[in-house]
Structures are given as C-alpha cells and as structure tokens.
Design a binder for this molecule. Structure first.
Ligand code: ZN
Length: 198
C-alpha cells in the first residue's frame, strides 16, 4: 500500500476540538511533532488520566477526583450561601471572579421541553434536600440569560417561594443569550455583587 499523509490521523483527531479547523489542526500537529516524545507522552497521560479519574462530587455535582470536590471540602467556604448553576463549567466561571465564598449546586442542565429536558432530569430533588439539611440562608440562582435559563429560573423560584430563605439571582448586565463561561470576570463579578431578590 502506498504511503498516505502521515499526519492524517492526528489532524483528524485535533479537528474534533471546538474552534479548531483543518488549518489549525495541521499547525497543532506540527507543534506536537516539535515536542520530545516524553512531552507528548506526558500530554497524553494527563489527558487520559483526567478523563479516567474525573467523577461528580456527591454533594454539589461539580467535577472532582474525590468523592467530594475541593470546594465542598474547603472548611473556609460558607455553608449558608448556595449558588445554583447549570453546569460545572459555570462554577469555574464564577470562581474566576474570586468574589464568591459560598458553595455550589450543579443542576446538570437547564429545562428545555423542546430537547426533552424536563425538571425531573435535573438535580432539583437533591437541591431541595440540601436546602433543608445544610442550614442554607441564601440561595443564588446563577443561570445563563437564555430561554432555557429563564425557564429554569421561573421553575425554581416558583418551587422555592414558600421556603423561608433569601433567594436571589444575578443582576442584569449579563447580556441576553450570554454564556457565563464567556462572560468576563468584571461583568460577572458585578452581576454577582448586584444580585437581586427573586
Ligand atoms: Zn462539591
């Protein structure tokens, strides 16, 4: 069999990365070739190791290597404030602001009837359990400003309305349709500090 382009396999894999087109994939392939075999082996083993060991925190459902994530394990984090987010990556976005000292609860998605995602598919029962058991005084609902985020916000505020605690949401200022992950730290910090009651 004739030789084919020896980089086809690598380019094919790298093209699967978000935002990476064929041209960038080719550039990245040559970058990997410029590394030593040891460096490439390191890269590959961190990738495999992370993917293999990662699981969900049994308390907040953040990603974690251990049963409970580093935030839940940190005794300095306040237990009286609970911030509800859709996905673990939202935790990373809020943590970048260095403004929030409480704990989190990851819903595991947003309500979206069109996509068949109903409230039962989210970790809402677990949220209610935690609100009862952990002495939470304020719940901050921090969801993306999208149709699904709004639908989930309405569902939660209705569900929590008779529970006697402070309930707030991120202040407006987050652009409509904005993904928290792509929102800059300053905007997100302002949205957090200026949070309003719901
Ligand atoms: Zn946790």
């Amino acid at each position: 069999m004739e030789d084919q382009n020896p980089l086809l396999g690598l380019i094919g894999q790298l093209s699967k990365l978000p935002g990476v087109g064929p041209k960038s994939a080719q550039r990245l392939s040559f970058f990997f070739l410029s590394l030593s075999q040891k460096e490439v082996a390191n890269f590959a083993s961190v990738l495999t190791d992370t993917r293999t060991r990662i699981r969900y925190c049994t308390s907040c459902f953040n990603i974690s290597f251990q049963e409970r994530c580093y935030i839940c394990q940190n005794p300095k984090r306040h237990t009286q404030t609970l911030c509800v987010v859709a996905e673990p990556r939202d935790i990373f976005a809020i943590e970048r602001t260095q403004e929030y000292k409480g704990r989190y609860h990851v819903l595991g998605g947003l309500i979206s009837p069109i996509d068949g995602i109903h409230p039962e598919a989210l970790r809402i029962a677990e949220l209610l359990d935690r609100l009862k058991q952990e002495g939470v005084e304020e719940v901050i609902i921090a969801l993306n400003s999208t149709i699904e985020g709004d639908a989930t916000m309405h569902y939660l505020t209705h569900l929590l309305k008779d529970i006697p605690m402070k309930k707030s949401k991120l202040a407006y200022g987050l652009p409509v349709g904005a993904d928290m992950d792509y929102t800059d730290e300053l905007t997100l910090r302002k949205a957090l500090l200026g949070r309003t009651d719901v």
